[in-house]
Design a protein around this ligand. Structure first.
Ligand SMILES: NC(=O)c1ccc[n+]([C@@H]2O[C@H](COP(=O)([O-])OP(=O)(O)OC[C@H]3O[C@@H](n4cnc5c(N)ncnc54)[C@H](O)[C@@H]3O)[C@@H](O)[C@H]2O)c1
Ligand SMILES: O=P(O)(O)OC[C@@H](O)[C@@H](O)[C@H](O)[C@H](O)CO
Length: 385
């Protein structure tokens, strides 16, 4: 069985590539990082190490790579694949869509077998978004044919893999925990089950639980950590004041998730405890800059801050801690992050009132807008003093 995986980065090598290889797939990575591609092509294997006391190592073999800039190679790989997965970043999906579309055309012209294409990104409906991008490159006739044999099941992926540098550039250290959930209601009949994947009939509770707990808590720790001058999540979470605020944010999304999806309170509380412990993993160093990266994406309407806040508000709750986390996101000034630079430029030019509406879509007359604004102004005063 052949899998083509777009993105040989941290999650690509440290999670999806590892699991697919263990499940018996020959994994072909497609990436635009030339040296990464060359190394994978040459060595055809790499090591994944667990961030725990034992530092258990896994040798991942039977892998190779193609350069994502070579459109014909990408199309041919997709045409021949038994499975296609991605972990490139949700905003990059549009850039890999043309190659996938070309591969689908080749497949359809050759009468090839059905195919699942699964985006493993931190986003609601990642594969559905990818489908939209791919279909924009296909004719109406091809789209109709693709509808019958190409499926884009949505998924949720969870494993913390920080930025890292090793002597061996292919080695990747990952936390021991992982969860990969796929919506089986979007899969083709008789699909092949990947060992280690949890298939569910309805993904929404799982993706919202993951995104609104792990990622909402994580970015809150990053933005609050940044405000307090910490460089890592571990250092930020060791600060009792930040740790308490992050827990409050997660309890707020927890109330929403329990009310909306019927999760059990005690089980959800222990889910939160487990995640807070994962953030503190002493065997990982996870930078605030990585976890807070792309604040425009993180402040967008369907992502980890605004979506739960609006849903909570609509269910009669007052999402004060989520508003605080959004205010902290507006205060994130990482000079290496193009999205943080953009937000700061807009804040300087037009002010917080307009920035909140522009980035979150929350209108000025919505109560959450005022909550974010007030909190942002308080953060500003602390920064100035
Ligand atoms: N790192 C984590 O802890 C984690 C956990 C769960 C989900 N995710 C999600 O997984 C995705 C990837 O995150 P990551 O941390 O692995 O990032 P990463 O930067 O380590 O990896 C992304 C890879 O995609 C490659 N890439 C960029 N453009 C490409 C293109 N056009 N074609 C092919 N490859 C391309 C990059 O060169 C890079 O190797 C993101 O959506 C992220 O939110 C990350
Ligand atoms: O990848 P992002 O930028 O969406 O979010 C940063 C981190 O919160 C994220 O990568 C987590 O480490 C991961 O989602 C854990 O499963």
């Amino acid at each position: 069985m052949k899998a083509v995986h777009f993105g040989a980065g941290n999650i690509g090598r440290g999670f999806i590539g590892l699991l697919l290889s263990q499940a018996g797939y020959e994994v072909l990575f497609s990436d635009v990082n030339d040296s990464l591609v060359e190394q994978l092509k040459e060595r055809k294997s790499y090591t994944v190490r667990l961030a725990n006391e034992a530092q258990e190592a896994f040798h991942v073999s039977n892998v190779s790579a193609i350069n994502g800039k070579q459109a014909d190679d990408v199309a041919e790989a997709v045409a021949q694949a038994d499975l296609v997965t991605t972990a490139v970043g949700v905003n990059i999906l549009k850039h890999i869509a043309a190659g996938i579309a070309k591969g689908i055309e080749l497949r359809l012209n050759r009468g090839a077998a059905p195919l699942h294409i699964i985006a493993c990104e931190n986003a609601i409906g990642g594969s559905t978004q990818l489908k939209g991008h791919v279909y924009s490159h296909l004719s109406a006739d091809m789209r109709e044919k693709a509808d019958a044999i190409i499926a884009f099941p949505d998924a949720a992926v969870d494993r913390i893999v920080p930025l890292q540098h090793h002597e061996d550039p292919l080695q990747v250290t990952v936390e021991p925990f992982y969860e990969w959930v796929i919506d089986e209601s979007q899969m083709l009949e008789g699909f092949h089950r990947i060992e280690g994947v949890h298939y569910v009939k309805q993904l929404e509770p799982y993706i919202e639980r993951k995104l609104f707990t792990v990622n909402t808590g994580h970015c809150s720790a990053a933005y609050l950590g940044y405000l307090h001058g910490f460089d890592t999540i571990q250092a930020a979470m060791a600060n009792p004041q930040i740790a308490a605020l992050v827990r409050h944010v997660m309890e707020e999304t927890g109330s929403l998730l329990i009310k909306k999806h019927g999760f059990d309170q005690a089980q959800h509380d222990s889910y939160i405890d487990k995640i807070l412990n994962r953030f503190l993993n002493p065997y990982l160093i996870d930078e605030v800059a990585r976890v807070g990266r792309s604040p425009i994406r993180k402040l967008s309407v369907n992502d980890r801050l605004v979506r739960p806040a609006l849903q909570a508000y609509d269910l009669g709750m007052k999402p004060a801690y989520l508003a605080m986390a959004m205010a902290a996101a507006f205060s994130f000034k990482d000079k290496e992050d193009p999205e943080a630079i953009q937000i700061q430029a807009d804040l300087a030019a037009s002010g917080i009132t307009q920035a909140i509406t522009e980035y979150t879509t929350i209108p000025e007359d919505h109560p959450i807008h005022a909550m974010i604004k007030t909190q942002y102004e308080q953060f500003q005063q602390v920064e100035v003093s």
